[in-house]
Design a protein. Structure first.
Length: 139
């Protein structure tokens, strides 16, 4: 599924639907946060709806890492357009460090890579990729 975002998003949609059918609120919210993240890369017509649903499902729960996933998805959605995106990413990175959600740092760095790719900012992209490699070198 690598590189095929639509195909990658399908299992999240299926997981959300199954969790909804069984009334598992937390699992529904988790699947939705990840679905919103995947969709934010490719579907500008759908991403706002998926992000809004993720926010609604997550708001009554205490699932900080999934809240972070949804917030990173907003960065992906805004990639190439939002001039404040690096500043927003810096705030989120500080929160990631504060809450110890280390895997989210790699997701955030991926969002920055995407942003700089859209902008064709090669120097920033090279630095982003180097940082992403650092964050993922231990698996």
């Amino acid at each position: 599924m690598q590189g095929d975002i639509e195909r990658a998003a399908a299992p999240y949609l299926a997981a959300r639907s199954e969790a909804e059918e069984h009334g598992v609120v937390g699992e529904t919210a988790v699947a939705q946060a990840h679905l919103a993240f995947a969709v934010s890369f490719v579907d500008t017509l759908r991403d706002d709806d998926e992000l809004d649903l993720a926010d609604r499902l997550l708001s009554p729960l205490s699932l900080r890492s999934n809240e972070m996933t949804a917030r990173i998805a907003t960065l992906v959605r805004d990639a190439g357009f939002a001039v404040d995106l690096p500043d927003r990413a810096a705030v989120q990175l500080a929160e990631i460090g504060l809450f110890g959600i280390s895997y989210a740092a790699a997701k955030l760095q991926l969002a920055l890579c995407f942003h700089h790719t859209v902008l064709d900012a090669q120097n920033d992209l090279a630095a982003d990729i180097a940082r992403l490699r650092e964050l993922t070198q231990d698996g």
